[in-house]
Design a protein. Structure first.
Length: 471
């Protein structure tokens, strides 16, 4: 067993042991020992234990652990677990948790609950926190504004280093991340972002206006969250400031929020690649009816596509009846084309998603895939021809025209693989050009498309090379 697998198994076993001990302590009503055990754990570990318990036991834990630990552990739970836990807690405890949550995590929760429930939860917030929540919810869904938090360190450029450090010492506990200090002018416009290291290495009497270089990277509150993920990848920052159209500092997006967005986008793309509608919840918590609905649509569409394959075979029924040997290689031909197309589609979709290539690179990709397809087709074609030669020499099962049959299969494999590669690589570009997610050109979809056209290629080549002999 690999070391990583062994470590994963050990962690899983440790989690089970923790959950069993917690459940046993709750059953014995030994809340004092339970509290002592839990406060020794990191919030992420507490959340992991909570995920294995029922809602009633979760509620017990949230009533006995210290408020800071409860708040931080709650933020590590996924949205579905958060919703079920809130239903199990009383309004007073819910109010405490919601008011102390990070604004960005609270926004993510309020986005997911029904509108009526969101209104009720908003009423539990303090006046100040409700104003913050409504402001963040006012940004378009999927925008950077929904991700940002207004908890950040911002100071005026007229302050000295020692004044900033004193401000951090006084206010830092309420401001979240302390790695970066954002510098603004007298009107609240962002001037620069300073790493705390820069401040610590500067002379205490130096004004910030003498340190800043006015070079910074920022996000717009209204732009798509995907833009944030690209900038975080490019610059490797732990956080990025968010500004309005006038350059005024509004909030900060942190790397943990971006990682969550990347995970969601990657999951959605993987689902689409597998010809499954993107699931909104975790697989195990997705209702069975929704799971069927998300999969049925694509399966029906693909089945209709495969019906075209049957239609194509019917069109060449005469050729098949005259040369039954051709039917033996139909699975080989269409699977090779579908597999090559699926490979190309997967590579190009991923390259587009991570920004390795853009729409303007389509011609370069076209040339590369033509060459790659030709090489791959030649390899498979040679193997197919060799297989027919070997079987003919030892078993004589392909008749006297085995050489011509071998040529048909070989040339067809070459042509179908080249065609499959081109379809798989160019279709994502076409979809992206018209504003459709390239992941929609899923591997099964490409394979089905190439299946139909592959049959036409196969029998067209067969008609040319076997005319006057088998056909």
């Amino acid at each position: 067993m690999a070391d990583s697998d062994k470590t994963t198994d050990e962690r899983a076993e440790k989690l089970v042991q923790r959950a069993e001990r917690v459940a046993a302590l709750i059953e014995k009503r030994d809340f004092h020992q339970l509290r002592d055990d839990l406060i020794k754990l990191e919030p992420a570990d507490v959340a992991e234990v909570l995920g294995s318990l029922d809602d009633a036991d979760k509620a017990v834990i949230f009533r006995i652990v210290p408020r800071p630990l409860a708040k931080e552990s709650f933020e590590y739970l996924d949205v579905e677990q958060q919703k079920s836990l809130l239903n199990a807690l009383g309004d007073s405890r819910v109010a405490i948790i919601l008011n102390e949550m990070s604004p960005d995590d609270r926004t993510a929760l309020l986005e997911e609950v029904p509108a009526q429930a969101a209104k009720q939860l908003l009423q539990l917030l303090s006046k100040e926190e409700r104003a913050v929540a409504l402001t963040l919810l006012g940004y378009p869904e999927g925008s950077v504004g929904r991700l940002m938090t207004p908890e950040y360190l911002a100071v005026k450029e007229t302050l000295t280093v020692i004044e900033v450090l004193e401000y951090i010492r006084e206010q830092g506990r309420e401001k979240g991340d302390l790695d970066v200090v954002y510098v603004t002018d007298a009107n609240g416009k962002l001037v620069d972002d300073l790493n705390i290291r820069e401040l610590l290495l500067s002379k205490f009497g130096t004004k910030l206006s003498e340190i800043v270089d006015r070079k910074y990277v920022s996000l717009s509150a209204t732009e798509d969250q995907e833009a944030a993920t690209q900038l975080f990848k490019k610059y490797g920052r732990p956080a990025l400031p968010v500004v309005d159209s006038g350059g005024h500092l509004l909030g900060v997006v942190t790397i943990d929020d971006v990682i969550h967005v990347i995970e969601e986008e990657t999951t959605e793309d993987i689902h689409k690649l597998g010809a499954v509608g993107a699931l909104e919840n975790a697989y195990i918590r997705t209702p069975l009816a929704e799971l069927v609905r998300k999969r049925a649509g694509w399966l029906v569409l693909l089945m209709i596509g495969e019906m075209l394959t049957a239609t194509a075979m019917g069109y060449f029924e005469g050729e098949i009846s005259r040369a039954v040997v051709l039917a033996l290689f139909i699975p080989l031909i269409i699977s090779s084309g579908g597999n090559s197309g699926s490979q190309a589609a997967t590579l190009i979709i991923r390259a587009l998603a991570v920004g390795e290539i853009t729409l303007k690179d389509w011609s370069t990709v076209f040339v590369r895939e033509v060459i790659s397809g030709a090489c791959l087709g030649a390899i498979l074609g040679a193997i197919g021809f060799l297989r027919i030669v070997m079987w003919s020499l030892f078993f004589n099962i392909y008749g006297p025209h085995w050489f011509n049959v071998g040529l048909v299969v070989s040339f067809s494999l070459f042509a179908v693989v080249v065609w499959g590669v081109l379809v798989g690589s160019m279709l994502p570009f076409g979809l992206k050009r018209v504003g459709i997610d390239p992941a929609t050109s899923s591997a099964p979809f490409v394979a089905t498309l190439v299946d139909v056209t592959g049959l036409v290629i196969y029998f067209t080549i067969a008609a040319r090379l076997l005319g006057g002999t088998l056909l």
